[in-house]
Design a protein around this ligand. Structure first.
Ligand SMILES: C[S@@+](CC[C@H](N)C(=O)[O-])C[C@H]1O[C@@H](n2cnc3c(N)ncnc32)[C@H](O)[C@@H]1O
Length: 275
């Protein structure tokens, strides 16, 4: 079974596009022997964690933070972490226990020193914990405190209308800009930052991936730097066939991607023949 199909069977939230972006970045870092661990706030049952670990070498470690049994502190009910399910999913995917440091606390209690003492600094930091303003603002500071200079930051639900608190925490302060990070890609549900010097390499790696290369919707400019956008939201004005395409893309991303690539290839052959 293909990896995403296995990952998709775990309860939680991870689109094929974000699975592929996270995996591509981690494989690129692996090839460059980039130092650092994977750090995640909000691990739930381990869906995104397993996607990231599967794309990393055997030597890669992770530090994961989730309230787990302390759900009364989960103020916005953004998923309910479950430690036993996480452990059984890690075992099912053959991940050695010593590769993952599990910190079953609120991210408000965790310091950069705790993470560095557990796994060192982060080459990929994924924020997907509490979705209210204070939690996201806190988690951004934590991420900046431990990110390797060439590390990548991924934040969930930045452009999702249901969670304006996340957008406000991300863009309502200069925390990220002051730390020298810039957006290089907007995935399905996650937004990705790195330092300017790393952006071109990250974007080239994403475009070189067959699935992602054919999934880019547009390239926009933010602060005069290009940003790859991988998502578009359906509108009521859309033709029925486009809306149907949207549903197929969501439920069967591999099939949709393969069809789109074939159509593009056929179009380019017809264009060449016409010319
Ligand atoms: C949206 S879920 C994470 C989804 C997960 N990344 C996946 O791949 O399915 C959010 C998680 O954050 C946890 N959480 C909420 N507030 C938190 C906090 N202040 N500190 C740590 N974890 C928190 C919840 O227990 C929940 O498991």
């Amino acid at each position: 079974m293909d990896l995403y199909a296995r990952i998709a069977s775990i309860p939680g939230w991870l689109s094929k596009i974000d699975h592929q972006i996270l995996g591509t970045i981690l494989r690129m870092q692996e090839e460059a022997s980039a130092p650092g661990a994977i750090v995640e706030i909000g691990t739930h049952h381990g869906k995104s964690l397993l996607s990231m670990l599967a794309a990393s070498g055997e030597a890669a470690n992770a530090y994961v933070i989730d309230l787990f049994g302390r759900q009364e502190e989960n103020l916005d009910d953004s998923g309910r972490g479950d430690l036993e399910r996480l452990k059984s999913n890690l075992a099912e995917f053959g991940i050695r226990e010593d590769r993952v440091v599990i910190d079953a606390r609120s991210s408000f209690e965790v310091t950069p020193g705790d993470i560095v003492a557990g796994v060192g600094r982060a080459r990929l930091f994924h924020i997907d914990g509490g979705h209210h303003f204070e939690a996201v603002a806190n988690d951004l500071q934590l991420a900046i405190g431990v990110l390797e200079p060439n590390g990548v930051l991924a934040v969930d639900d930045v452009f999702r209308a249901e969670w304006p608190e996340v957008s406000m925490a991300v863009f309502g302060s200069s925390t990220l800009a002051e730390s020298g990070l810039r957006i290089f890609a907007i995935g399905f549900n996650k937004t990705y930052w790195c330092r300017s010097e790393e952006a071109e390499a990250c974007q080239s790696a994403l475009l070189a991936d067959e699935f992602l290369g054919s999934s880019v919707r547009r390239t926009c400019q933010i602060d005069e730097s290009p940003v790859l956008v991988f998502k578009r939201d359906p509108l009521p004005e859309w033709r029925l066939s486009w809306l149907l395409g949207c549903v197929i893309e969501l439920r069967y991303p591999r099939v949709f991607g393969a069809c789109r690539r074939s159509i593009r290839r056929m179009r380019s052959i017809f264009r060449r023949n016409d010319g």
